[in-house]
Design a protein around this ligand. Sequence first.
Ligand code: DUC
Ligand code: ZN
Ligand code: ZN
Length: 471
Amino acid sequence: MKTLIKNGTVVNATGVAAADVLIDGETIVAVTAPGSHLLGFNLEQNVDRVIDAHGKYVIPGGIDAHTHMEMPFGGTQASDTFETGTRAAAWGGTTSIVDFVVQYAGENVLDQYAKWHEKAAGNCAIDYGFHQILSDVQDSSLTAMDELVREGVSSFKLFMAYKGVFLSDDGQIVKAMQRSAENGSMMMMHAENGSVIDLLVQQSIARGDTAPYFHGITRPWQAEAEATHRAIMLADLTGAPLYIVHVSAKQAVEHIAAARDRGKNVFGETCPQYLYLSLEEQLGAPGFEGAKWVCSTPLRARAEGHQDHMWQSLRTNDLQMVSTDHCPFCMKGQKELGIGDFSKIPNGIGSVEHRMDLLYQGVVDGQISLSRWVEVCSTTPARMFGMYGKKGVIQPGADADVVIYDPNGHTSISVDTHHMNMDYSAWEGFEIDGHVDTVLSRGRVIIDDNQYHGSKGDGEFIKRGLSQYLI
Ligand code: DUC
Ligand code: ZN
Ligand code: ZN
């Protein structure tokens, strides 16, 4: 099956150009000057399908490198399965995810890894890879790290918060980092000071401050900035590369930027919620409404300028990527677990369907350039996590994961129209000056004409290499 995408504007991280894209089977085989000719050969007459992308952007499919499909967490389970979550991602122009295999204390890492393969295999609409979460760092976890790197799982996430659930102490962190320095893998960190947060939460509940707003108050920016700095120091000690997930505090970015200025392999990701939403407006909504936006790290005070700082950091490359931390829960029966006690609200927001649109709105609003949009949403995730070449770029040899994005289209975000398995939208009422028109996953058209044409099981496991982003 040969497909020609003609008349479009190809946007790569490296630049923007009018070009035609020729796909053979699952692979991009040529990116040519417009006019559909290659060395005098008329392409249009020699393909099975022609897609006219006139007036539209042709971009590499989005890569969301931070999702938690069907994750058991907070006394319940994230409401999107691999099937529903990856289908929703496709609707939004994301063609690959990297999800987290969970290992809770006492569990065997490789057993958990096998379980996650069982959950995902045959169910995904788009390609998927895995990071591995480590909580307690057993000796067997260290050998498992080497084994997983060989399996194509080249990144490991540790938590400095959630005592008794995920938290690794500093000694365990150093142990895992030492191994990562040896085997070349990337260390990812949930950087919040868990002991301080646990104390503040206890005190808040005892005072009767139990509303969702206090989730934000009890996870102050100092707890994020301190943990970020500590993680950077521990990485420095061990020589491990470090990637800080879901950065929301400007003071945490400052630590990341300072480390990068010292030439360290330290990187940072933020999420759409930290670019757009705030402690005052969303977490502070009346009654129990704020539960919709309980996630960690928490939304920050707009009055303190965190959101503006996140956009600026994306422009200056103090932060390198935008992922969603997609971890959806319904209000009914899930978020409601925390009525009367915010600490029992399952932490998470669902955005896997909206990341490409929300970041494109940043282009329209003058926050980032068109190429930077593609870079932070697709190209850097591919480079950071060992997929580049196949993913993250429109070039010959790459997988034909292609999104045709209409800058003259419009998208209204609502629970009534989204495809995520959630009974509310954290983005209700957001209007986007653009639209995901057509999505190809390894050459197959899976979204077109506002219809889903794919099926579960289309997505394949991505065996990743080591990061191609290290200094
Ligand atoms: N933060 C969330 O909000 N949900 C999942 C885990 C996390 O770190
Ligand atoms: Zn986290
Ligand atoms: Zn997460």
